[in-house]
Design a protein around this ligand. Sequence first.
Ligand SMILES: Nc1nc2c(ncn2[C@@H]2O[C@H](COP(=O)(O)OP(=O)(O)OP(=O)(O)O)[C@@H](O)[C@H]2O)c(=O)[nH]1
Ligand SMILES: [Mg+2]
Ligand SMILES: [Zn+2]
Length: 321
Amino acid sequence: MRAVSRPVIRASEPMQAEVLFGINSIYTVLAGGRRLQCRIKGKKIKEAQRSYNPIAPGDLVEVTPDALSPNEGMITDVIPRRTWLVRWNKKGRAPQILAANADIAICVTSPAAPPFRPRFIDRLIVAAETGGLTPLVVMNKSDLPCAAEVSERLSHYHRMGYQILSCSARTGAGLDEFAAILRGRTAVFVGQSGVGKSSLLNALAPGVDMRVGELSHKHDRGNHTTNFSILLPLEKGLRIIDTPGIRELELAEVLPEEVGFHFRDFAPYMQSCAYQPCLHDDEPQCAVMAAVEHGRIHFDRYESYLRILQELRETRKAAHG
Ligand SMILES: Nc1nc2c(ncn2[C@@H]2O[C@H](COP(=O)(O)OP(=O)(O)OP(=O)(O)O)[C@@H](O)[C@H]2O)c(=O)[nH]1
Ligand SMILES: [Mg+2]
Ligand SMILES: [Zn+2]
């Protein structure tokens, strides 16, 4: 029988790419303007990252395009992240990266439907700042009535020096200002299901057509419409990562001693605690606790802080066996 001569196939040159999204271990990346479907090559990356998901939207990776199949490739390396937004994935008992290399973490909230949850904001601030992102609180659904205590809590964040923006995906109010903040940077949208993350994306970039969900009539909450995170490079310099709604933002990769530094309202008192470092938990002569008692620190902020501490101790136990 005559031997069939096969063409000699050379692997393509490795190139840098940006991860847009990943589903079931297949990552869609943008490499030189082309979309490639990639798998991770070998165990090296997974072991090095030790997280629930080794690669997240926004990651810069090295890929080797497949010589035979022009739309496929292999991810061979992850370039060290400039910033990261991480949460603790309870089911997977490991840190989960929500977004890589983003500049701003947008905490999307609503005055109602779903109800306003300031403790979610507290957590996102800690997660953002420890990962090198700037937090921004966005109150969407400004077309809905806002209870006095909700406005009061929002102004409290403003007084602490956090940037707050009010807008409505439905009416378009505040969106020009929002777009101006986002332009030229990469932003990740985080929030409970139903606050309107995907609706905001649609309103900011008509044509992107993100799926938007109904609110559940019974619970007045979202139905977890978005089910995976995705980086969308959009027109006019917008780069937004939409994420699925999360009920709880449990923190990961934050040391208990670090948390207080991301509660800006604690800062004026922390230096005066008798013990250093002080966790402001049960130490004697704690200036932060005294400030709470005298009403100088909002009681709910302190409660929120204690919950985070407690949770970090628990997740540490879970992580270390
Ligand atoms: N009244 C009002 N409703 C809004 C606004 N923005 C979004 N909604 C509604 O809120 C519901 C949820 O919107 P989504 O954009 O799917 O919310 P999401 O945050 O992406 O939810 P998940 O993907 O589940 O995390 C939809 O019924 C939207 O129509 C707004 O500005 N005002
Ligand atoms: Mg969504
Ligand atoms: Zn203290």
